[in-house]
Design a protein around this ligand. Sequence first.
Ligand SMILES: NC(=O)c1ccc[n+]([C@@H]2O[C@H](COP(=O)([O-])OP(=O)(O)OC[C@H]3O[C@@H](n4cnc5c(N)ncnc54)[C@H](OP(=O)(O)O)[C@@H]3O)[C@@H](O)[C@H]2O)c1
Length: 308
Amino acid sequence: MSGQVLVIGRSGQIATALGNASWPEGFTVTLCGRETADLREPAEIGRPVAGGDWAAVVNAAAYTDVDRAESEPQAAYALNRDGPHALAEACKRAGRPLIHLSTDCVFDGSKAAPYTEDDPVKPISVYGASKAEGEDAIRTALAEHVILRTSWVFGAAGRNFVTTLLQSARDRHELGVVDDQHGCPTAAQDIARAIVHIVASLMSETSGRFGTFHFANRGAISRYDFACEILRQAELRGLASPRAFPISSAERGSAAHRPLNSVLDTARIERIYGIKARPWQPALSETLDTLLGGVTVQLEGAGVPRPR
Ligand SMILES: NC(=O)c1ccc[n+]([C@@H]2O[C@H](COP(=O)([O-])OP(=O)(O)OC[C@H]3O[C@@H](n4cnc5c(N)ncnc54)[C@H](OP(=O)(O)O)[C@@H]3O)[C@@H](O)[C@H]2O)c1
């Protein structure tokens, strides 16, 4: 088997990070945009899988608009359940392992501690339900799978909490940010690094380490406190910072419900793969360096909630 890796998705946050990641010598990565690998076309999705001698297939594509999924459930299920199911079947036919991205939104957020992989899923949004059913479809179709659940993805490429907040910071003087949702912000580049490690590890093992794993940067925080830290670091880089104030999820009134606690326990991936996530603060700092230019940032105490 070669070191060729097929990635479904090209312009997305994690797909981009996979394309930019440092792969071990001898690995090549092929990113497939929707024009050649359309998850809405289950009959066609097997073609790129059958078309190469892939060491692994990574599915970084999905329907990711959590709020819009509430009014477009058919599209969400097509991309997040039916497409991945067809992809897993194609991997089975071709004898390829599949690494599939999933989400903290498969949980309802009522647990008072970090979620482990063994906690039962109980989605509270169409997006979460479609991703949970996608996970099940993959488990049924293909034993050689790694389902990698992650949370609150940010990076310099694409639309995410950090880039959206910076855009709002340019346009507004005051920002209401939800303070009753807690999770682990996670850099797309760190997820890509974890995937590189998993692929390399699967290739060097005779028996693979398959199943469901959680990966997130270390450190749980509320969205409001995360926003305050982004604005603090942005201000250090010269961006005039608006005042952030805390609001509740109910006040925000988004179309989709989100888990109030979506902190992921990452002990399993550390134990099985030796992947130890770093805290989100240095990853955020790197992202802001890319977006706004670098400064010397004092990280000590970063992420400590501001007095309200
Ligand atoms: N964003 C988060 O906060 C977050 C949190 C937890 C888990 N995740 C999971 O992580 C994965 C990647 O998320 P992301 O944030 O990188 O996504 P993203 O930036 O929203 O990008 C979505 C990707 O899906 C692809 N796509 C959309 N429609 C498609 C179709 N019909 N056929 C094939 N591909 C299609 C896009 O393809 P093109 O390249 O062709 O545009 C793009 O690469 C998803 O499984 C998501 O559920 C994300």
